[in-house]
Ligand binder design. Structure first.
Ligand code: CAA
Length: 266
């Protein structure tokens, strides 16, 4: 088994303003040990520290068989309830770091996204996947429940009844059903097409005003699940904050002057 430290299992590759975060622990199907969870949070924290220099992030698993096959069952086996709680908190903290990053994060799933792996994908902005992908929340088969946000984000993504059906049954679904229920927003024949598709989308994102994309993400992340009045208030605040950015004034002026905008990211 691969018991190396988290930092060696997670790496960042850069292509200009697009970053790719790679979970590279293929011997355990990229399972999320506490060390990997910590390394992922550090990687996303480092990208956040770069501000508008990072315009989009691709999150992907190495090895070709799995995005992430879940929390590390080998490590969970010996946990006390308190250690279980601490691990769940690590997973939730990682999700919060991903959601706090102003740049969009696309989960690129090629293979298994199970348990904590699906929960990690759900913490990203949306999921692209290959035809060879499989999704599920199999925790109850182990006597567990989802612990990295599955009971929170899966219902928001696919609706409460569908989430209950998947979580209670633990059954795995393939790409056809994942697309049909809206879990996966776009499918690709293979990994190369998947990564090219994600890069293309993030290329479009990168042409837009960085503060505006960040504000839109902030509102979408914080407002979802809140009552209409709260969500509306958060949108109004985000709309107001856009007027504080140079890029908003540039974007509107460029439209009126019938020219391309020159955004600076401020
Ligand atoms: N944790 C630790 N190791 C894992 C793992 C996991 N979640 N998933 C797979 N592995 C390891 C296997 O133990 C195996 O290691 P060895 O070669 O050392 O035996 C290796 O990865 C390859 O796996 P398999 O031999 O099982 O491969 P397979 O093709 O037969 O099956 C699979 C693939 C269906 C994904 C199967 O590995 C599997 O069911 N994995 C567990 C999925 C799961 O239950 N995930 C939920 C975990 S609990 C959780 O995530 C809690 C939470 O919400 C936070």
């Amino acid at each position: 088994t691969d018991d190396t430290a988290g930092s060696t299992d997670v790496r960042i590759e850069r292509d200009g303003a697009i970053a790719t975060v790679i979970i590279d622990r293929p011997k355990a199907l990229n399972a999320l040990s506490p060390a990997v969870l910590t390394a992922l949070a550090e990687a996303f924290g480092a990208l956040a520290a770069e501000g508008a220099a990072v315009r989009g992030v691709i999150l992907v698993g190495a090895g070709g068989r799995a995005f992430v096959a879940g929390a590390d069952i080998r490590e969970l086996a010996g946990f006390t309830p308190e250690q279980g709680e601490a691990t769940a908190l690590l997973g939730h903290r990682l999700a919060a770091v991903i959601e706090a990053l102003p740049a969009p994060v696309i989960a690129c799933v090629d293979g298994f996204a199970l348990g904590g792996g699906l929960e990690l994908a759900l913490a990203c902005d949306f999921i692209y996947a290959t035809d060879a992908s499989g999704f599920g929340q199999p925790e109850v088969r182990l006597g567990l429940i989802p612990g990295f946000g599955g009971t929170v984000r899966l219902p928001r993504a696919i609706g409460l009844a569908r989430a209950k059906e998947l979580i209670y049954s633990g059954r795995r679904i393939g790409i056809d059903e994942a697309v049909e229920i809206g879990l996966v927003v776009r499918r690709f024949p293979d990994r190369d097409a998947l990564l090219a598709g994600a890069r293309e989308t993030l290329g479009l994102v990168a042409q837009n005003a960085a503060p505006a994309v960040g504000l839109a993400k902030r509102v979408l992340v914080t407002a979802t699940g809140t009552p209409t009045a709260t969500a509306s208030g958060l949108e109004v605040e985000g709309f107001r904050d856009a007027f504080r950015t140079d890029d908003m004034h540039e974007g509107v002026a460029a439209f009126l002057e019938k020219r391309e905008p020159v955004f600076t990211g401020s």
